[in-house]
Design a protein around this ligand. Structure first.
Ligand code: TRP
Length: 404
């Protein structure tokens, strides 16, 4: 049992918090230039901070260095990670579950983060991964028809496959498609819906009386993949644990699920939460696919990438070179530096850049160039891999089947 105090029902006012940060599954706004106060968020949500002892256990059990996302606090919070590691030690199986709401045809670099981490977890633990594409959610929340959302879904699936998932261990499903293929899925949705009242979803998600009923019912659909019997082709009737890597704004869904799962005879889903990927303009908001100026798309050309960073990336540097040399830059708010902590794996290099920028030895233009040189090959390789994905491959990933 975990000893965390779970806030199953959080009113939107509580989520808003007295510090002025706002976080729910649809909006993220921090008050300070350095972004959301994540320690406060952990307290408010009732999750646990990822401490060194957890990282030590990770390393001991897997024999691998923790991923740089873990070492740098990009994945910073969890629920029941120790229980998952206990399972690993006891040779008990678990699976990974994550997802993506396809709201734009092009994904952005921030969307890569949970998937890159999932791939690492999949490789390290050698476990199955299920990826839910919530084309239904985006139809309900955005100005999108069912057909449009389905189209975006397949485009996004290609981007996800291009990240390099092992086809033998990964099932990617569209809600619109899979709901009709597996009656077990719908049955689990109904089992969950039977456990949660309107009052509860109002409290957790802030729904109101004039919200469409699709929104009110949707949380059960995002919850159902936490129950392994939603995937009979993979797990048969076995009730096994699941671990969900996600950005922390998705936590409300799973707080609800953790309340419901034991009542249905399933283990509570475990979670590992990431921080948000900040917008180019600064860490007050997260990168959003619907705002081109704040966003680096996976489809951007090297020229677009360079221009966007040079023009829009919020700088923690000083107004003049003279002042910068004297006072140094502020890595806490500098977006180029922040992005490097996500995408530049070399710890020694990051530390050198931090030192040089803070002292003023490194100028903003030079820092931006390092970021451009780091991101350009990552995006280009992604585009090359994506272009090679065939329809057969896409179909295979999306076919319910036994995973090894
Ligand atoms: N709601 C998520 C989004 O809008 C998509 C999603 C579905 C998801 N299931 C998930 C995200 C599980 C993380 C984990 O992007």
């Amino acid at each position: 049992m975990s000893n965390e105090q779970e806030n199953v029902v959080n009113s939107p006012q509580v989520e808003n918090g007295e510090d002025g940060d706002f976080v729910d599954p649809w909006n993220v706004v921090g008050k300070s230039d350095s972004g959301v106060d994540y320690d406060k968020l952990i307290k408010r949500f009732g999750s646990s901070k990822i401490e060194d002892d957890l990282l030590d256990r990770f390393e001991k059990i897997t024999g691998k260095q923790p991923h740089h996302f873990l070492k740098r606090g990009i994945f910073f919070s969890h629920r029941d990670m120790h229980r998952i590691l206990n399972d690993v030690e006891a040779n008990k199986p678990f699976y990974l579950y994550t997802g993506r709401g396809p709201s734009s045809s092009s994904m952005h670099i921030g969307h890569l983060i949970p998937f890159i981490f999932c791939k690492w977890l999949q490789d390290v633990f050698d476990v199955p991964l299920v990826i839910q594409m919530t084309d239904d959610e985006k139809t309900l929340w955005k100005d999108l028809s069912v057909e449009e959302a389905m189209k975006l879904c397949y485009e996004n699936v290609k981007d996800i496959i291009a990240i390099g998932f092992d086809v033998n261990k990964t099932f990617i499903f569209s809600n619109f498609e899979y709901m009709g293929q597996a009656p077990e899925y719908y049955r689990n949705v109904i089992r969950i819906q039977k456990c949660v009242t309107f009052n509860q979803v109002k409290g957790i998600f802030g729904f109101g009386d004039s919200d469409i009923i699709g929104k009110i019912a949707f949380p059960a659909i995002q919850a159902a993949p936490c129950l392994s019997t939603t995937f009979p082709a993979i797990f048969g009737e076995k009730k096994i644990s699941c671990l969900i890597p996600c950005a922390i704004d998705q936590d409300p869904y799973f707080r609800m699920t953790r309340d419901v799962a034991p009542r249905l005879g399933f283990p509570k889903p475990a979670l590992i939460h990431s921080t948000f990927f900040p917008a180019l303009q600064g860490a007050k908001t997260k990168m959003s696919a619907s705002d081109p100026n704040s966003t680096i798309y996976l489809t951007d050309t090297p020229k677009q990438l360079k221009n966007k960073i040079n023009k829009h990336a919020f700088s923690g540097g000083q107004p003049s070179v003279e002042e910068h040399r004297k006072l140094g830059g502020n890595c806490e708010v500098d977006i180029s530096f922040k992005y490097l902590t996500f995408f530049l794996e070399d710890d020694a290099k990051i530390e050198q850049i931090r030192k040089d920028y803070s002292s003023g030895a490194l100028l903003t233009g030079e820092l931006k160039k390092i970021l451009i040189d780091t991101l350009t090959p990552i995006i280009q390789q992604h585009q090359e891999r994506r272009a090679k994905i065939t329809n057969e491959e896409l179909k295979l990933f999306m076919t319910p089947r036994k995973l090894f």
